[in-house]
Design a protein around this ligand. Structure first.
Ligand SMILES: Nc1ncnc2c1ncn2[C@@H]1O[C@H](COP(=O)(O)OP(=O)(O)O)[C@@H](O)[C@H]1O
Ligand SMILES: [Mg+2]
Length: 328
């Protein structure tokens, strides 16, 4: 396997479930359970899956915003969970995150100038307030805002504009890697395409590497080079965008894709929507064997008892499924 800017190896993140007066740990929510992948420099990895499958937890643990339970995350070969405070501070500028809700992630009492500029001053990227202001104006203009908007406050902007501020703030510290966690999910569809275009333009112009998290497959399809499909804390299928979208192999990926509305009438008649049976099981008690067996239309006995291998079926295309691997 070639080395990437980001290398994730067998990453696990469990949240303890506490109960009773003594708050004893009675179990764990296995939000991320043995996930491995790598992202090459300058590439966008999309991460899709239903709500609650562990996408945000994966993104946050990857950035060391949450401590890991097990495994390793390497950024340019450096184990990010094993850094001292000073190294961690330096790394903070290199790895950024953009959240879904631009309003709650912006301090309402600060003007854009300070919101975007604060971290630049703190990390010594600029030395003076004037230098900071000049650079803020430059960055917000690149993100589609006007220079005079630097003095305004978050409530004076629309949702799309606020997300532009968040993008400007992330870009201000010269990052190399950005996790976009549902970054356009809260926006109106027409605004969504403007913001996603901005994210893509910036990524191409600055040679950035993204992990792009979304439950919306059409958004992921637009921006990603590679796609990972997550189910109950695991990546059940991963590959380049073309293989995932044209020849999805995992029954879960096939079901997810069949649910995407198509505007192409030919495609619409050709493919049938696959309805998944049952609810998504609890990540505190994931099903034995293949985690998807309780909802899989093809499940056989072996699926209930044995965990499928995560095998490469074509170069770069990994699938966790007994049926795909010819076990039955
Ligand atoms: N801080 C936390 N404490 C306990 N459980 C959590 C915490 N954060 C997330 N979870 C649980 O972990 C699972 C994955 O959540 P999340 O990563 O937010 O999924 P997604 O982003 O795919 O919707 C969910 O069952 C969620 O309830
Ligand atoms: Mg999430």
């Amino acid at each position: 396997m070639s080395t990437g800017l980001i290398e994730v190896k067998n990453l696990k993140k469990y949240f303890p479930i506490k109960s009773g007066l003594l708050k004893t740990t009675t179990g764990h929510v296995k939000a991320v359970d043995d996930v491995s992948f790598s992202i090459k420099r300058g590439k966008v990895m999309g991460l899709v899956g239903e709500s609650g499958c562990g996408k945000s937890t994966a993104g946050r643990t990857l950035l060391n915003l949450l401590p890991k339970t097990q495994g390793q995350v390497l950024f340019k070969g450096q184990d990010i969970h094993a850094l001292n405070r000073k190294e961690n501070k330096a790394l903070r500028t290199k790895m950024q995150i953009i959240f879904q809700d631009p309003y709650s992630s912006l301090n309402p009492r600060l003007p854009v100038n300070d919101i975007v500029g604060e971290a630049m001053l703190e990390h010594g990227i600029v030395k003076t307030k004037q230098e900071m202001h000049d650079r803020v104006v430059d960055i917000i203009s690149k993100c589609g805002l006007f220079p005079e908007q630097a003095t305004r406050y978050p409530h004076q902007f629309s949702g799309g504009q606020r997300q532009r501020i968040c993008i400007a703030r992330a870009l201000a510290v010269d990052p190399e890697f950005i996790v976009c966690d549902e970054a356009v999910s809260a926006l109106d569809v027409s605004i969504q395409s403007q913001i996603i275009n901005l994210l893509k333009d910036m990524q191409e112009e600055l040679g950035l590497t993204y992990m792009f998290i979304s439950h919306d497959l059409s958004v992921v399809k637009f921006i990603s080079d590679d796609v990972g499909v997550m189910y109950l804390g695991q990546i059940v299928e991963m590959g380049d965008k073309k293989s995932i979208f044209t020849t999805p192999l995992h029954p879960y990926t096939q079901a997810l894709l069949s649910a995407v509305p198509s505007f192409d009438p030919e495609k619409r008649t050709g493919s049938k929507r696959i309805l998944l049976q049952g609810d998504i099981p609890s990540p505190a008690k994931p099903p034995s064997g293949c985690r998807f067996h309780t909802r899989c239309p093809y499940a056989k006995d072996v699926c209930k008892t044995t965990v499928p291998e995560n095998k490469e079926v074509q170069p770069g295309h990994f699938v966790m499924c007994h049926k795909v691997h010819g076990v039955f």
